[in-house]
Design a protein around this ligand. Structure first.
Ligand code: SF4
Ligand code: SF4
Length: 135
């Protein structure tokens, strides 16, 4: 029990820097047929950026947006938020999957010690993600 609490202290919370979402343009995300069906029924405003199973696609060009069209800057300018947070793709809900992905995206949850021992960092991440899924 103590070990779990100690391990949680060693990875920072997400600070909404937006770096991970910044990499989600240009075909970096996927959505299932069920998700797209759901958006078509309940969120046509979201579904309009899906095309032939691809997200996020500009309806004017049928090309991927270079940057996720739902990423917004907070009024203070130092944080970002997702405009469709409650209805975002499963891909986004499961981020981050592993430490390598976080390193690639320069994720600000990582502590220097996470870079030194990626196996332990992965264990801490899995505890954190399991807790997040409960809430
Ligand atoms: S849909 Fe939302 S959570 Fe997913 S990449 Fe875009 S801004 Fe980020
Ligand atoms: S890169 Fe990491 S810290 Fe930044 S918004 Fe994404 S999960 Fe949060």
């Amino acid at each position: 029990m103590v070990a779990v609490c100690y391990s949680l202290l060693l990875m920072k919370d997400c600070n909404s820097c937006g770096k991970c979402c910044d990499t989600a343009g240009d075909g970096g995300l996927s959505a299932s047929a069920d998700e797209i069906d759901w958006w078509e029924t309940y969120r046509p405003d979201i579904a309009r950026f899906a095309s032939d199973g691809r997200i996020w696609v500009d309806p004017a060009t049928d090309e991927y947006f270079a940057r996720c069209p739902w990423l917004r800057q907070s009024p203070c300018g130092s944080k970002t938020f997702c405009e469709i947070y409650d209805d975002r793709p499963e891909d986004c809900r499961h981020y981050p999957v592993d430490i390598e992905q976080m390193i690639r995206h320069d994720c600000e949850m990582l502590e220097p010690r996470d870079l030194q021992n990626s196996r332990r960092a992965q264990q801490r991440l899995e505890v954190l993600m399991a807790l997040n899924r409960e809430h």
